[in-house]
Design a protein around this ligand. Structure first.
Ligand code: GLV
Ligand code: MN
Ligand code: MN
Length: 412
């Protein structure tokens, strides 16, 4: 295959920017929560572009969209590339959208150059990767990979009690295509790094060797509601004071297991949330991450010890629900090597890197040879409306994706 074969970087950038208009926020970001009307608009645009690129489009019952460019031997397992179109509430233009648009650009480039492949090539847009509106994250790819059952996924509810199943039907993306356990030739996902390493080291490509493990918890602290005035301090069972101490403890656990641990409390509900009533109940979430499973388990023990001790001291009831877990996930050696070799061949400065974020690739790695390609993002900031990336890097990542896909799909 021609070494100088490359994607049309301007077209890729224009598509990304057009997509980012759907759910655009004033600060230049995107709010496109899973299965909202805005998600539907993004899906519709993506499907239109795929059809214009000659692909046939199939939607599975959890709303994952697969756009297929046939292979010469169409019975071969497809080589799939993609990511997600949903965003965080204060998300950016690139998280997820880049991987989907880069895969579309790969197919547009193959069309422009009249390159046929032995194996079919597919673009995928996974449902609810972010885990923000419906938790946990990576639900569409999780169903596809058999980690969640379809029923379990469809019953997931948002904060207003709306279910994924109802919302999928409402936006017209509850597909009928069988979620067959078909073989997949390889899965590649291009993504912004979402951290500072590539930019700091002036590397264009991150060769992602795997993703760190995660443990998510749902914590309910129960005390007693009482009047803010007449209730003496020693008599109080203030659930929010207990939760505050637990949040600090979670943060300390993250620091204690430095430098690789991450600990985040990002969601909290206080009840009854009234200025002059002592809070009787607090619900919050904890997100723990570590690239080493043993350390992640130590963090788990530390959390339980600390939270139970805090609850006992403050005479509070405590419920710790282990909501979600996946272990550190290494990617496929041969696919990772294909990404690394391609980056070298194309002359891009690169380094191996472990993903701090969760990605659909983590679940795909359970059912297919998988790898990811990272490109730098400005100041390492993501899950923020100011998330930004350089067009040259965006193009470089798509070029690596193109050659990695061809390596597996075999140009004729
Ligand atoms: C996905 O965005 C994650 O939380 O890693
Ligand atoms: Mn993402
Ligand atoms: Mn994200």
């Amino acid at each position: 295959m021609k070494q100088n074969l490359g994607v049309d970087g301007d077209r890729l950038w224009r598509s990304l920017m057009e997509l980012a208009e759907i759910g655009a926020t004033e600060k230049g970001g995107v709010c496109r929560l899973a299965l909202t009307d805005l998600d539907r608009q993004a899906r519709d645009l993506f499907v239109r572009w795929c059809r214009e690129a000659g692909c046939t489009v199939a939607v599975d019952p959890v709303g994952n969209i697969f756009a297929r460019r046939p292979g010469r031997n169409d019975d071969l397992p497809p080589v799939i590339a993609g990511s997600h179109l949903d965003s965080q509430p204060t998300g950016g233009k690139f998280d997820g959208a880049y991987g989907v648009m880069a895969a579309l650009e790969v197919i547009r480039t193959l069309n422009d150059q009249s390159i046929a492949t032995e194996a079919p090539v597919e673009i995928v847009a996974w449902t609810n990767e972010e885990g923000s509106r419906f938790s946990p994250a990576m639900v569409g790819s999780g169903v596809y990979a058999g980690v969640f059952t379809l029923d379990e996924a469809l019953q997931k509810k948002d904060i207003d009690g709306k279910s994924m199943g109802d919302e999928l039907r409402r936006i017209g993306y509850a597909g009928r295509e069988e979620l067959s356990r078909r073989a997949v030739g390889a899965y590649f996902e291009a993504h912004i790094e979402q951290g500072p390493i590539l930019e700091a080291e002036k590397k264009t490509i991150g060769v992602v060797t795997g993703a760190q493990g995660q443990r998510w918890y749902e914590i309910t602290v129960t005390g007693q509601e009482a009047h803010a005035g007449p209730t003496p301090m020693p008599r109080r069972r203030d659930a929010l004071v207990g939760a505050a101490r637990m949040i600090e403890a979670a943060h300390q656990i993250g620091l204690h297991h430095a430098p690789d641990a991450c600990a985040t409390v990002g969601f909290m509900q206080v009840s009854p949330n009234s200025r002059n009533t002592i809070p009787g109940r607090v619900f919050f979430t904890v997100d723990f991450r570590h690239p080493d499973d043993e350390r992640l388990s130590e963090m788990d023990h530390d959390l339980k010890d600390a939270f139970q001790w805090i609850a006992r001291k403050a005479k509070l009831d405590l419920d710790i629900r282990e909501f979600w877990y996946f272990p550190p996930t290494p990617f496929d050696d041969a696919c990772v090597a294909a990404v690394r070799d391609t980056a070298t061949r194309l002359g891009y400065a690169h380094r191996d890197i472990v993903s701090g974020a969760g990605h659909d690739a983590v679940y795909m790695a359970r059912v297919a040879p998988t790898a990811m390609i990272f490109v730098p993002c400005k100041d390492g900031i993501s899950h923020n409306e100011i998330e930004d990336a350089r067009p040259d890097d965006i193009t470089a990542g798509a070029n690596v994706l193109l050659h990695a896909v061809l390596d597996r799909a075999k140009p004729i």
